[in-house]
Design a protein around this ligand. Sequence first.
Ligand code: NAD
Length: 495
Amino acid sequence: MALLDYQLPTDGLAGNYINGAWHWPADGALLSIENPSRRTPICDIGKGGAKEVDLAVQAARAALPAWRALPASERGKLLAELGRRLADNAEQVARLLAAETGNAVKTQSRGEAMGAAGVLQYYGGVAVEQKGETLPLGEGLLSYSSREPHGVVGAIVPWNSPLQLGSVKISMALITGNCLVLKPAEDAPLALLKLAELAHGLLPPGVLNIVTGMGEEAGAALAQHEGVDKVSFTGSSEVGKLIGKATSDRIAKLTLELGGKSPTIVFPDAIADGRLDNTAQQVVNAMRFARQGQSCTAGSRLFIHADIWQQLLPQVIAKAKALKVGDALDDEVDMGAVINAERYGEICAYVAEAKQQGAEFVLGDVLEQDPQGFTPAPVIITGVDNSWRISREEVFGPVMVVIPFTSEEQVIAMANDTHYGLAAFVFSHDISRVTRVSRALDAGWIQVNQGGGQIPGMSYGGTKQSGMGSEYSIEGALEAYTYRKCITINIESQG
Ligand code: NAD
């Protein structure tokens, strides 16, 4: 395979896009970006810190009055055009994304590049829906409300689907009239830097700023900055709590999209009438094995009704086993690599602990370091208790635990016995059961008889320690990125 089978950003290698220009950090600090599939360096980019964050916040603040005064339809047109530019460059961006994230171009990165373009275009279209209300307060009184931007938004995203999540933040902040400072993850900033290159000359300077750097430096500086009115964070619950503390003193507005340990529940009728094959496939899709399980939504706790255990589990194992694991840039490969050595080590530790506790490995085993890259094959584990760490904590790797159940009541109790509440998957064609179980589950998004991904327009967000607020929809954008201003005019007293 050719070594450079992707194209790097050009100006974007500076790492920091501030006030419509690329900035190499003054102190010359660099960040090395690696290809997790090949374990080879991709490039060095400029590493921003508190100084770059401050410059970016100042630029955003200066750009704010003109940007928020622009008609929403004009802001929407610019976002839609950015989406079009991304769609036109989707293949190039997808390959860059696969190189930096280890997410297979065939099953993940191509979809993410087009999905991100779709997000920008969706928000471009619905920008005009930033409507207010009128209130019937009585004769002679005109009372109406408008939606006002919070001001400067600081957004922080993780590496697992950086372009998609970055595009959501850019869209939601910008269409609502806010200006943005976005900090990509240190492991995977390149596709977002490429997107900023595509936005160059389109958006007014200062409206979209990017500072690339470490979480504890650039990320923390952004969350703490006095000039940031709202923080939108997607990442781990652990860091989410730090962000909450950093923003609480100045009452900055906050959205948190955090981790999950989502249950997948399969009732007996889900494999009846020739549905076994499709249900098994959807269970594997829900687990996001093809993204190495590195998805907040992953249905990583599979509850199978005892009556169908013998039929369903072998099919799920067969489907997971059939995934071709390898270099994310290889078009034949379904499943790529875990992001870095540290994450790989954490996954290994979870799996080793479960083995020590007596778990049975029905697919895969304790992960060994693969000299070709951090490329673990799917692991499916039975004989675990719902109270074990492997069943309760977010492994964020291709590791699924399978637990039998015998009653609806029992499975709901097990599914809800977690501090997470992000997503859930229910497989049944009994509509009464589906509605009953969906009502009882603690989750922000429940999918029934499918294991797909988010669609622009649906509000996505979790309960419990999976976060607060929701994104992906116009409703989410209005709730999280604007405040409601009420204006009451006494018309009679005017004359
Ligand atoms: P992470 O929390 O380690 O890092 C996320 C981002 O926060 C990165 O940009 C990082 O640089 C930054 N960061 C780290 N420490 C910081 C600090 N002290 N102050 C400010 N910023 C800091 O998460 P990760 O490992 O990159 O991503 C995986 C996690 O993200 C998983 O828990 C996953 O479930 C979650 N996630 C949630 C959603 C969702 O929509 N709910 C989507 C994708 C990923």
